[in-house]
Design a protein around this ligand. Structure first.
Ligand SMILES: [Zn+2]
Length: 277
């Protein structure tokens, strides 16, 4: 029997947002999100919660799984940034299916907006009461920096604010333990991984550059995904295949041609969700 490997999915927003206001495709439509969750359950994947994930100590798939064994098709759903649409559209779907997840929030931007992005690409983030509500419905809350700065650029005092103080602040806001961390932009180095570990977190997530349980890789699910590409991303070997296509861009384009791309919505009211809250 092979070593169980947890598939960790990384979402950002779940909402209907035009391509013009979301050029990087961070927002999955509510409909696509529901289809993806239904597919996970129908295909026999077993969504696990943060506590189960951390107890397994199996983040990297490198044989670190010294803790509690996980189901063979375990999957952990994560959401970065804390967009309002995740509370409005994703949390109710997850709650209705009893699917747990983890939401990574920049501690200094609770109730603010994604103002690390250019003005017209910003979207509102959940406030304290919304975070407490989704937490009560089964979303663990994790830390995602203080104001979404790239940790690798910070001096020691700022690093503490974005790691240790961020945790204290989020625990105060949510009233629950904050146990894991997701690096803004997925960027990390040995120094920031050590800072996260020293601050008492039990694990941390990167994106493509995995480096042990304090920088576990995740699979990015985004607006361009069809149900077909989503299924391919769930494959155990997907992260390795992706790294290969990164080295060979033509292969990557060919793969996209093969699985298709979801059409982006062209909604006409560009400022409908208001960016500056
Ligand atoms: Zn982020």
């Amino acid at each position: 029997m092979s070593t169980p490997r947890v598939r960790v999915l990384m979402y950002h927003g779940v909402d209907r947002v035009s391509a013009a206001r979301d050029p990087h495709g961070m927002f999955v439509t509510p409909r696509a999100f529901r289809d993806q969750v239904e597919h996970l359950l129908e295909a026999g994947y077993v969504p696990i919660d943060e506590a189960t994930y951390l107890a397994a100590g199996a983040g990297t798939g490198t044989g670190a799984g010294a803790g509690t064994p996980l189901p063979r098709r375990a999957v952990l759903l994560t959401f970065d940034d804390g967009y309002v649409g995740v509370g409005e559209h994703a949390a109710p779907v997850l709650a209705s299916f009893g699917v747990p997840s983890v939401l990574y929030v920049p501690a200094g931007l609770v109730g603010g907006s994604s103002d690390w992005l250019p003005a017209r690409h910003r979207h509102p983030l959940m406030g304290a009461s919304e975070l407490r509500e989704v937490a009560a419905d089964g979303m663990a809350i994790g830390a995602h920096g203080f104001d979404h700065a790239d940790l690798t650029t910070l001096g020691a005092a700022d690093l503490h604010r974005h790691v240790g103080a961020a945790r204290t602040e989020l625990e105060r806001v949510v009233g629950r333990p904050v146990r894991s961390y997701a690096f803004p932009y997925g960027t990390h180095d040995a120094r920031v991984r050590a800072a996260v570990r020293a601050a008492g977190y039990d694990g941390a997530f990167a994106v493509h550059d995995a480096a042990g349980p304090f920088a576990t890789g995740r699979v990015d699910v985004n607006a361009t995904d069809t149900l077909r590409s989503f299924r391919i991303k769930l494959h155990r070997h997907y992260p390795r295949a992706r790294r290969a296509t990164e080295r060979f861009p033509l292969l990557r384009r060919a793969a996209h041609d093969l699985v298709g791309r979801a059409p982006r919505e062209e909604l006409s009211a560009p400022e409908a969700t208001g960016g500056g809250r």
